[in-house]
Write a protein that binds this ligand. Structure first.
Ligand SMILES: C[S@@+](CC[C@H](N)C(=O)[O-])C[C@H]1O[C@@H](n2cnc3c(N)ncnc32)[C@H](O)[C@@H]1O
Length: 224
């Protein structure tokens, strides 16, 4: 790539958004990466340190059904499964899911292709722990409310939702990504989803940068 070209994610996102396809750039990006012509900018060898800290401090009971959404190549899903959590992980990109299975051939994780904007009906209220790390912010603001509403639907009674996102002081006007404001984080909350904690946590991997880490709980009975 020369200096005059935008990064692959922005180039492909611009094409997809011009075609009114908010998610149409992920598969081409992973396909370019598989062909060796681009890189997936969020790919990491290590699990997200904000997830690692949180899960070590918040051990989940035996039998917990976990869901990692927008799992990419699966690094975070493998960490979740290594904590004894029965883990499903999904991504809209078939190439990403093939990559996860190839990277972790003996994985206990159930990797599958699915679309957060149209999740399988059988997943409704089916998970005790849902992990959302920087996927909502990778979707344009026009579909953000729909994505968040669908995340809520995945939560079983008594479930926990962990949200990790980049911080925007004001609504982002260009992307990807479209980092989240405090109001965006608060918008996860409903009578059926209680906000437990919202933190701004320094990123150990990027100096002087922080991310939201927010924890929500779905009560067994919705709050009045
Ligand atoms: C910015 S990346 C984040 C990857 C990973 N969660 C992390 O924290 O590094 C967003 C991921 O979500 C996937 N994705 C985007 N929209 C999606 C959707 N509607 N349904 C499922 N996966 C989606 C993308 O393919 C990509 O792997």
């Amino acid at each position: 790539m020369n200096d005059a070209q935008p990064p692959a994610d922005r180039r492909l996102a611009a094409q997809a958004l011009a075609a009114d396809d908010p998610t149409g750039w992920f598969e081409p990006l992973y396909a370019e990466a598989a062909a060796g012509t681009s890189m997936v900018p969020w790919d990491r060898d290590e699990p997200n340190p904000l997830l690692v800290d949180w899960l070590h401090a918040t051990p989940q009971p035996p039998g917990t059904r976990g869901l990692v959404l927008g799992c990419g190549y699966g690094t975070d899903a493998e960490f979740v499964a290594a904590q004894g959590i029965r883990t499903t992980a999904f991504d809209i990109s078939p190439t990403a899911i093939r990559g996860a299975r190839a990277r972790f051939p003996r994985s206990p994780v159930t990797y599958t292709v699915a679309d957060l904007l149209n999740p399988p009906e059988s997943w409704q209220h089916a998970f005790d722990l849902v992990v959302e790390s920087i996927t909502v912010q990778s979707l344009p603001p026009a579909v953000r409310d729909a994505a968040i509403a669908n995340i809520r639907i995945l939560l079983a009674p008594n479930a926990t939702l962990l949200v990790i996102a980049d911080i925007a002081p004001a609504p982002a006007t260009s992307g990807p990504p479209w980092p989240l404001t405090r109001a965006d984080i608060d918008s996860f909350t409903t009578p059926a989803l209680t906000q437990i904690r919202v933190e701004t946590v320094p990123r150990p991997d990027v100096p002087d940068r922080h991310r939201w880490r927010a924890e929500f709980h779905r009560p067994a009975q919705p709050n009045p």
